[in-house]
Design a protein. Structure first.
Length: 207
């Protein structure tokens, strides 16, 4: 990790909530003021062909290109104590594959300890329930992740979280096509481009 923080530049940001079944996607305005929901993307669990990317990763990469995204924030689930577990490892692996797909747009991981809890509370408060609730909770969690990052940017004047290093390339080999669960993270400046989740228990399968 490097000590200097990446500066904030103008441009849309994306927020990604990684689950085992679905991926929530959110975006911001170019000034990074408000996060809004975009889509809930089904996870592509088929083993990809050599050199191919899972369909969900391609969908997010296309959104990043269409919006000329300046940065993509991926939620990092942890226990309330801050300890990482299996869900953290899976999110890190996903972030590496995504970083390769959207390069040179930087991908950064941000703490999402309270994102899903906050999303459920917001949806209940809005009157959504049952099937309708389940269909949008991943988007709502992505909104919480992204809005938390945007708020941190305004306070610190720097990009939130830790940058994901997409090198060396990761060979997708698991059912979800997201590598071996290992990533290298940088705290420092974005060289090529720059412009809290409690699930009850972090070890619970995230959807």
């Amino acid at each position: 990790m490097q000590g200097s923080a990446a500066p904030v530049t103008r441009g849309s940001r994306l927020g990604v909530d990684v689950g085992s079944v679905r991926v929530g996607l959110a975006s911001s305005d170019p000034d990074g003021l408000i996060a809004t929901p975009v889509d809930t993307v089904p996870r592509d669990t088929r083993r990809p062909a050599p050199g191919a990317l899972p369909a969900d990763v391609r969908r997010i990469a296309a959104e990043a290109e269409e919006r000329a995204a300046a940065v993509v924030y991926v939620g990092l689930p942890r226990h309330l104590s801050g300890v990482e577990g299996a869900a953290s490892e899976a999110a890190r692996a996903y972030a590496v594959v995504l970083a390769q797909a959207v390069a040179p747009v930087p991908v950064r991981m941000v703490d999402e300890r309270m994102s899903t809890v906050s999303a459920h509370q917001a949806l209940r408060a809005s009157g959504r329930a049952g099937r309708s609730h389940r269909q949008v909770v991943d988007q709502a969690a992505a909104v919480v992740i992204l809005q938390t990052a945007l708020d941190a940017e305004r306070v610190t004047g720097a990009r939130a979280g830790e940058r994901v290093d997409a090198d060396p390339p990761v060979v997708a080999r698991d059912a979800g096509g997201c590598g071996d669960g290992r990533t290298r993270l940088q705290d420092g400046a974005d060289e090529r481009h720059d412009g809290p989740t409690s699930q009850g228990s972090e070890g619970r399968e995230r959807e």
